[in-house]
Design a protein around this ligand. Structure first.
Ligand code: SF4
Length: 449
């Protein structure tokens, strides 16, 4: 979401006459878009602002703007720590950045944070955007979150859920398709609750998926993230029955201990989670499932952790994002007892968890060896000599399940373009990638990279 906000900030500034530069010394304006979901956002921000201070000494006309979650949370306090910042703006008013820069030019430093959006919809969501990839686009369908997971700062900095109007989302996607985009990823803090706050007819997330399925030119639809407690049978059916919705589900577990899940305020038990996962796997052929897991939550016992290992083993994930708990000031979890477990205990648990998740990821990937997969070419291969033995075609792509594939084989007659759909025979696998030989081109892309 934060990266997508940066795309929209770039699109907004370009619309208003600014031009992007990769050379800091050339810049007249530097915008830092912060995210405070992970540890160290403060350190990174103030470290960067320290470097910019010396630059600004040599170039006093340089304007520095700070936005995003940290700015939303800290507001004016941010300028107390870094008085060379010219503009502080929040998560609800990023569409006002150009105007705030202008104001700071005329009248000096300005802080503008909105507690909530001024209207029932967020104007920032329909800003122009400048994506790094012309074949693939993020589409924000919702901001904010009505849940209150005890470890999470998002509800505080992004506010309550606001869904973007149904027709507006569809129009945005149709416009993207007309511009050559073939893959979209729907973004929301909890996409499963999409539509609940809209007035009049309240479309379900499943309705949105089915309508997007009808938009010509869109070959792949992905989404992130659905909350396990809100994964409805209608959504599972819509994924199964809409051909361009990919067989990929990111279902954050966080913990496999019911005691810890209750302390996290997640709203489900491990048994309920596994039931929903099973229902999704039964209904959607060849579904890949990924997850998020936190290790070392306050008070986590060895028994709690073993419960997590058991659920992770039963879930047999394709991939897992594993995190060591770190308290976010302002959250309930940051106030809990037994805040810090001994570091060696946490490290040991983290490594044991990693062994289980890596093993299942490898097994799941190896089971695809020999299959022919449809791969969307995504980018140039940064590791062209993967597996060494076969000549690399210099491209990577993703299967419908979201698995990274390094392409090998002989160069085809037609050029491979980023955004092309190709058939690939998988011939090797690691826990985090596949390797496959190009067979043929299914659909030509639109951009050489
Ligand atoms: S569902 Fe929980 S973890 Fe996800 S954004 Fe909302 S509060 Fe945070």
């Amino acid at each position: 979401m934060n990266e997508h906000d940066s795309e929209r900030l770039t699109g907004l500034l370009e619309r208003d006459g600014y031009e992007a530069t990769s050379l800091l010394e050339e810049a007249d304006v530097v915008v830092l878009n912060t995210c405070c979901i992970r540890e160290n956002a403060d350190n990174k921000l103030y470290g960067t602002l320290g470097q910019l201070k010396s630059l600004k000494k040599h170039k006093p006309s340089l304007r520095i703007a700070v936005g995003g979650c940290l700015a939303q949370k800290d507001g004016d306090k941010l300028r107390e720590r870094a008085d060379h910042v010219d503009v502080v703006f929040g998560t609800y008013n990023l569409h006002r950045l150009s105007e705030l820069l202008e104001r700071s030019n005329l009248y000096g430093p300005v802080t503008e944070i909105w507690d909530r959006p001024a209207e029932t919809t967020i104007p920032a969501l329909s800003l122009p955007k400048r994506s790094k990839r012309s074949h693939s686009a993020w589409i924000a369908i919702q901001t904010g979150c009505n849940n209150s997971c005890s470890f999470c700062i998002v509800p505080k900095v992004r506010g309550r859920e606001i869904s973007r109007p149904f027709e507006e989302v569809l129009q945005d996607i149709a416009d993207q398709a007309a511009a050559g985009v073939v893959e979209i990823t729907l973004l929301g803090q909890n996409v499963n609750s999409y539509g609940r706050d809209l007035t009049g007819r309240k479309p379900l997330f499943a309705d949105l998926l089915r309508e997007i399925g009808k938009i010509e030119g869109i070959k792949r639809v992905r989404f992130t993230s659905p909350h396990p407690k809100d994964l409805r049978p209608e959504t599972i059916d819509a994924i199964a029955e809409t051909p361009n919705v990919c067989e990929q589900l990111h279902l954050p577990l966080q913990s496999g201990s019911n005691r810890v899940l209750a302390a996290m305020r997640r709203g489900y038990t491990a048994e309920r989670y596994l039931e929903r996962l099973e229902a999704a796997r039964r209904r959607i052929d060849d579904l890949a499932v990924t997850t998020d897991i936190i290790v070392g939550f306050p008070g986590e016992t060895e028994k709690d952790f073993e419960d997590t290992l058991a659920v992770v083993a039963a879930a047999n994930y394709d991939s897992a994002y594993t995190f060591i708990f770190s308290p976010r000031p302002g959250t309930r979890a940051a106030e809990m007892k037994d805040q810090f477990l001994p570091p060696d205990v946490v490290t040991d648990r983290f490594n044991r968890l990693l062994m289980v998740t890596e093993r299942s990821a490898l097994e799941r990937n190896e089971s695809r060896i020999g299959r022919v997969e449809e791969v969307l070419i995504d980018a140039l291969d940064k590791r062209p000599n993967v597996q060494g033995a076969q000549s690399s075609l210099g491209f990577v792509g993703r299967t419908r399940q979201g698995k990274l594939v390094h392409l090998v084989g002989s160069t085809p007659r037609a050029p491979i373009l980023v955004g092309s759909l190709v058939n690939v025979r998988i011939n090797a696998a690691g826990p985090h990638h596949l390797q496959g030989e190009l067979l043929d081109i299914v659909h030509n892309g639109n951009s050489l990279s």
